[in-house]
Write a new protein. Structure first.
Length: 286
């Protein structure tokens, strides 16, 4: 451009008007050239800034996509956790209902067992009273029989030695005693009176008493065993009831925790939806 202007200046020569016009033209062209250079530098700077902006936008877009994918995976996990929590809550509720039914059934069994225990205690008391009455009656009869046996033996001994009389034997109430006295009065020897029968009868009475005591002891032991078994069952029912109560409380606590977790997951899901709605259009387009 300088060479062309120099050539034009040589052609114009000494013409002052053309020289002035040429100077103005050269100044204007220099100014335009300088302005163009400035604009070019500005455009270059803006181009570099634009490239930097594009790179930053691309980086932000990649980061946004990565975060979106990560949020999507997190949201999917949250959905799965929410579904699992709801399923677990349903299972816990079903288990709580089942435990509640078991508790009611245990309560009914407890009431029934308690009523059975009371009835058994009443029956045991009645049987014990009847046994004591029977023992008293039997002991009275045993004393009377032993007294009668001793009287027979005493009279028989008196008859044998000749110290007894007819009246003493006939005043006795035992047919066996009268038979013995009649035999002695009839001239029979003392050996005809089988004193061993009296001793045998006494031994039989004592053996019967021993058997009766054994039967009463076994009956008492059996009833006491039944009562202890019922008491153990009652305590077992009480412990089971307490255990069921604790399990129900734990289930209720787990159900409340599951509901709180479900509410938290729903809030996180709502927040994620709101965050997605407020994303910038440029980022979403990129």
């Amino acid at each position: 451009l300088s060479k062309k202007l120099q050539l034009i200046g040589e052609v114009v020569g000494e013409d002052s008007g053309l020289s002035q016009l040429l100077g103005l033209l050269v100044g204007k062209m220099s100014e335009m050239y300088s302005s163009g250079r400035r604009q070019e530098r500005q455009l270059a700077d803006r181009g570099e800034s634009l490239l930097e902006y594009e790179e930053e936008i691309a980086s932000l877009t990649a980061e946004l996509c990565s975060k979106t994918d990560e949020y999507g995976r997190d949201l999917l996990r949250l959905y799965e956790s929410l579904a699992s929590s709801e399923t677990e809550a349903q299972q816990l509720k079903f288990e709580a209902d089942r435990r509640r039914r078991d508790e009611e059934e245990a309560r009914r069994r407890f009431i029934k067992a308690e009523a059975s225990l009371q009835a058994l205690q009443v029956e045991h008391a009645e049987l014990q009273q009847a046994a004591e009455d029977a023992v008293d009656a039997w002991r009275g009869g045993e004393r009377r029989k032993e007294s009668l046996v001793e009287s027979i033996l005493s009279v028989a001994e008196e008859v044998r030695t000749g110290r007894g009389g007819r009246g003493g034997g006939r005043d006795g109430s035992s047919m066996l005693l009268r038979g013995y006295i009649a035999a002695v009065e009839g001239g029979e020897s003392m050996s005809a009176i089988d004193v061993s029968l009296l001793l045998k009868e006494r031994d039989e009475l004592r053996a019967a008493e021993k058997r009766r005591r054994t039967i009463m002891a076994k009956s008492r032991e059996r009833y006491e065993t039944q009562i202890q078994e019922l008491e153990r069952r009652l305590w077992k029912e009480v412990n089971a009831r307490a255990e069921l109560q604790g399990i129900c409380e734990k289930l209720h606590a787990s159900e409340r925790a599951a509901l709180r977790e479900s509410q938290r997951l729903r809030e996180m899901w709502k927040t994620e939806q709101e965050n997605r709605r407020v994303l910038p259009p440029g980022g979403a387009g990129a």
